[in-house]
Ligand binder design. Sequence first.
Ligand code: HEM
Length: 464
Amino acid sequence: MWRATHKKFPPGPSDGLKRWSLGPLNDNPLEYFTRVACEYGDIAGLRVLNFKTIFINHPDLIEEVLVTNARKYSKGRVLRANRHVFGEGLLTSEGDFWLRQRRLAQPAFHRLRIASYAATMVEYTQRMLNGWRGGEERDAHQEMMRLTLQIVGKTLFDADVERDAPEVGKSLELLLEIGANFRRTIFVPHWLPTPANLRVKREVAQIEKILYRIIGERRATGRDAGDLLSMLLSAQDQDGSRMTDRQLRDEAITLFLAGHETTASTLSWTWWLLAQNPEVEAKLHAELDAVLGNRAPSLDDLPRLAYTGHVITESLRLYPAAWGMARLAVEDHEIAGYPVTKGMGVAMAQWVVHRDPRWYDAPQEFLPERWENDLWKRLPRFAYFPFGGGPRQCIGNAFALMEATLILAMIARKFRLRLVANHPVAPLASITLRPRHGVRVTLESRGNNAAEASFSRKQSAVAD
Ligand code: HEM
């Protein structure tokens, strides 16, 4: 459908982005990419300073880049520019090194292994809820960030972040805060002693100190905690070599960063969407009351919490934590008949594709029921790709979905989260998509007596 073009570079808003200023792309990338897709369609050429980037906006083209031609690309500039933080961890490494690390880490994310994390997720959420009282005002985003950080710390590193390493949380948040800016991460080399770079250095050093301590303790005791760290420590390559402390540090920092803010933001957006869509919220509560009554969810409940799952799926459609992705061509080839030369960028935006009326009816509306009857089977494969795709697909995909569904179920069983009036909630498209000023809410206790009563009525009806 796009073949047989004679042009060298796709048409696009090349003149809008001036030297040393990314203007609209930096100010509001979500709006910028939406506008470009609207004006130029499935493929557009962007010139950002001296970089040429092809922006693709059709599921089939995205599949070509992420799957069919995956070997012809490396990760994009933003991730590469943050290598001093992530090191050679899974997110940023390339080639044979990446493949080896991916194979070593994969068992920790195996379905059966992940199943054993469910109890920890429920336990930590319960711990958080024990401190919540009806009528209180809280920042839902802060709460979700703290909770998912604790869960990732416990499940993957058997560390109690709150108790053993509260500094990790603080440092990670500062890193995420600082890493939020395109211009800084791509165009200010990380070795320049700017105040922001010095802060990053300080925070990274702080996290490293703690990670090396955890690694050292584990090596000394040889304890198998059954977590990711134990697996990585004991994993051996064919030649018998094991991972160095530096490699372990890179994987740990990557998983801490990749594995907590994404899930936290997904939940924060979910609370915001639910608060504005009372009919969806009511349906969610009805399902939770019917399936769980007054008990906490477990892994076995998930197949029966279908609507709860659809709420998360739909939330990831409208507010995908990974709102856009990029690649760099490592060899010459072509996309849709346009030449792609080595060093050229390719960008795609979940934010745009997930809201495209060609794939979704009423695309701006929050309608979890659209996922009933296997909508995803009728969609082109890359019309919905919150976890990316191809060989570099998110390794934490199943972990994140299980975690988000369990946390949502645990909290919504007990509380409604009402938005605090006049508190602005707006997306900030940094490396991930998060609520710029948090999501301030008032906790409203659901008074689960009603839930219990309705559950026992239903149970006795079933028994009758
Ligand atoms: C809702 C939550 C999450 C979303 C939306 C998400 C999204 C993504 C996406 C889109 C990618 C691919 C990036 C690319 O190809 O350039 C990715 C990669 C990755 N994610 Fe996630 N993620 C989530 C949760 C997690 C969790 C919970 C973990 C770990 C505990 C995790 C660990 C990783 C890692 C290590 C990679 C790199 C994989 C590789 O290249 O081999 N993510 N994630």
